[in-house]
Design a protein. Structure first.
Length: 255
């Protein structure tokens, strides 16, 4: 996998809606070249599929991130799952309340053992309109539909669709996630959990494609070219937060 393809994958991970023209400009190649490479990445199953991630807050629920030693997989429900190199699985789970979340973590602990990490970010559940519920339902079934087709299905203007989608993205309620074969891509995807959010945001800015944080803690999800590079970056960051945790992904999936 060459560096150009890796850069394309990074920008698609950061925001799959980014236009190929914009990616071409950032990388310094032509739009048709980006189009060809993206099609080839899909054809070669480097990009296995594209899924719509929906933040449980959108449905008026709460969510948490919890990591367990991967002695066995969790057979129950989850929103998002990451299998990690360090014999760890990370799950994003949802609950109807904070108490419900804690009960679910206790149930998982009975089966999987004591959690290695628990992070429940500060959050505000949302009360979605029927329109947004229907829109998200359609997008969940067909994540890559463009606004014209969505507008046709919803019987409204494309302007209305764009406005609603912009709002949902701005609130971090939805996100298009390409599920990438990390081995084929030659990418190392890793997350760092830290209580030093401001420094983490600056430190990982160059390689970060997703941040989940509040004013007490955060998870920064990044990509690197090699394990050596990732370990070097992490040990440098440990100078700012000696208690930071590193999780290196083998694969991941959206429920």
């Amino acid at each position: 996998m060459d560096q150009i393809n890796k850069k394309i994958l990074f920008y698609l991970l950061k925001d799959y809606r980014t236009s190929q023209r914009s990616i071409a400009k950032m990388i310094g190649i032509s739009s048709p070249a980006v189009n060809y490479r993206v099609d080839k990445l899909i054809q070669d199953k480097v990009i296995k599929k594209v899924s719509l991630y929906v933040n449980p807050n959108f449905y008026g629920k709460y969510h948490a991130y919890v990591a367990f030693k991967n002695i066995k997989d969790w057979e129950g429900e989850y929103v998002f799952k990451v299998n990690c190199l360090e014999e760890t699985n990370v799950y994003e789970i949802e609950g109807s309340s904070l108490d419900d979340l804690k009960k679910k973590i206790d149930i998982m602990s009975e089966s999987l053992g004591y959690p290695r990490m628990v992070y429940i970010p500060k959050q505000q559940p949302y009360n979605p309109s029927n329109f947004d519920l229907k829109l998200v339902s359609i997008m969940k079934e067909e994540p890559t539909l463009d606004t014209m087709y969505l507008a046709d299905k919803m019987k409204v203007s494309t302007k209305t669709i764009r406005r609603h989608i912009r709002y949902l993205y701005s609130r971090n309620f939805i996100r298009l996630i390409p599920e990438i074969d990390l081995t084929k891509a030659g990418l190392i995807m890793y997350a760092v959990f830290t209580h030093n959010v401001e420094i983490g945001r600056k430190f990982f800015a160059r390689q970060m494609f997703r941040e989940i944080s509040d004013d007490t803690a955060g998870i920064f999800v990044n990509v690197g070219d090699s394990l050596e590079e990732v370990k070097e970056e992490f040990f440098k960051f440990r100078e700012f937060d000696k208690d930071a945790d590193l999780m290196i992904a083998i694969d991941y999936s959206v429920s």
